[in-house]
Design a protein around this ligand. Sequence first.
Ligand SMILES: [Zn+2]
Length: 240
Amino acid sequence: MSRTHRLDLDDQTLREWDAMVLAAGPDGIVLDRSAFYPGGGGQPPDHGVLLWGGVQTRIVDARKSPDDMYLVPLDGDPLPVVGTTVRGAVEDERRTSLMRTHSGLHVLCGVVFRDFGALVTGGNMEPLTARMDFNLEAVPPGFKEAVEDACNAELRLDRQIVVRTLPRAEAFEIPDIIRTATNLVPEDVKDVRIVDIVGLDQQADGGTHVASTSQVGRISVVKIENKGKGFRRIRLAVGS
Ligand SMILES: [Zn+2]
């Protein structure tokens, strides 16, 4: 059980907060409260800064161990000692871009499942660019344009994106809740966080998302790659 309360899970729009240092050493800095997304589910960690005592510690990575979440400072920046009160800030442009990209990927998953019945087998994202892999046997003519048009139609509909946490048994009663081809939710997870693009897509997911699909902007399907039998990679870009 982590000592850090995850403010990013309470409020995905939070960018600044006060916290206390619980540990600081070679592994990184542990705070009592943090809004840094630590990475996971294909979404990379946040960058940001801790302000304290008139100096700054730039945060360039985060790591989760079984019992704690470590914020990794830029090499050479000062380390606050245990007990220091710090002002934390997450770099807004990077995080907001990642939220738009992550929500855009869920729209893509929803569209490809609904219209082509394909499941996700992998994915990766950077701010405003991403790839997602599907187990799709054949690519029908006009697939790239059809996917792009359907995704942008869903963005224009401005569907609400709702996050809720359900007990494991209840979560798994939702049809198609695990939109990936394999069940990635570990056995010991009691509560499952659900990201619901209302009317399109529900997934078990730990990432950060925008509040409605219009906030994603516009999706361009850049490329469809054939990576082998039943393995297609869709590369997309998110713009405005
Ligand atoms: Zn996700």
